[in-house]
Design a protein around this ligand. Structure first.
Ligand SMILES: [Fe+2]
Length: 192
C-alpha cells in the first residue's frame, strides 16, 4: 500500500509554566498566541493555526532526572539563511537570552536554547542552502558518519567573524575544525 505521507504540523508540551513558555517561544521563534485559557495555549509563528502548544493542567510537576529519562530532546526551526540565523542570535542575545550550546552539524549550523521546562529548541540554517544536497550529505558523507553530533562553537565569536565579512564557506570549515570552540564544552542535555 502506498503511504500517503502527512506533513509535520505542531508539537504540544506539558508545562507548569504557561506564561514563561509563551514568552520564551515568542522571543525565540516569534510565536504568537492564537488562543489561550487558564490551562492551555496554542501558538504559531506562521500561517498554520498552531505550531507550538502547551497543556498546563494542575498536577504536573518537574522531573529532576529529566536528562536521564526518555523524552523529547529538542524541536527545531530553520531559517532560510545563515545571515538570518546570526541576526536572530544577536536579537535574542540583546533580549537577554543566551544559547545553551551551539553546534556545526555539517549539514546545519545550529543554535540551541533551553526553554523554561528544559526542553531544547534548535534554530538552524542549512549549510548547503538546498535540502536535496544536505539530504545526500547526511546519508552518504564519511564526515557526518565520523562526527554526527558536530563541533561546538562560540556563537558570539562566529557572529563577530560573520559581521566582519568572513564568508560562510570559510566560517563553516573553521567551525568544523574547532577554531571557534567555546571556552567550556557545554552539556547537551544527555547523561554523562
Ligand atoms: Fe536537531
Amino acid at each position: 500500500m502506498t503511504v500517503i505521507r502527512p506533513v509535520l504540523h505542531h508539537v504540544t508540551m506539558r508545562t507548569s509554566r504557561l506564561d514563561e513558555m509563551i514568552a520564551f517561544y515568542g522571543k525565540v521563534i516569534g510565536a504568537r498566541v492564537m488562543f489561550r485559557d487558564k490551562f492551555a495555549a496554542w501558538t504559531t509563528n506562521d500561517e498554520a493555526n498552531h505550531r507550538v502548544a502547551f497543556l498546563a493542567v494542575p498536577g504536573l510537576h518537574d522531573d529532576p532526572e529529566k536528562i536521564n529519562h526518555n523524552n523529547m530532546h529538542h524541536s527545531a526551526f530553520e531559517f532560510s539563511s545563515f545571515d538570518d540565523l546570526m541576526s536572530s542570535y544577536k536579537r535574542i542575545s540583546d533580549e537577554g537570552l543566551q544559547p545553551a550550546f551551539c553546534l556545526d552539524h555539517g549539514l546545519t549550523v545550529s543554535i540551541y536554547y533551553r526553554d523554561p521546562e528544559e526542553n531544547f529548541v534548535e534554530l538552524q540554517s542549512d549549510c548547503f542552502g538546498d535540502w536535496k544536497k544536505s539530504s545526500d550529505w547526511i546519508a552518504t558523507s564519511p564526515d557526518f558518519a565520523a562526527n554526527p553530533i558536530g563541533t561546538f562553537f562560540d556563537p558570539m565569536k562566529v557572529y563577530q567573524a560573520h559581521k566582519s565579512g568572513v564568508d560562510f564557506g570559510t566560517l563553516h570549515k573553521d567551525m568544523r575544525e574547532g577554531k571557534y570552540l567555546p571556552a567550556e564544552i557545554p552539556n547537551i542535555g544527555l547523561p554523562g
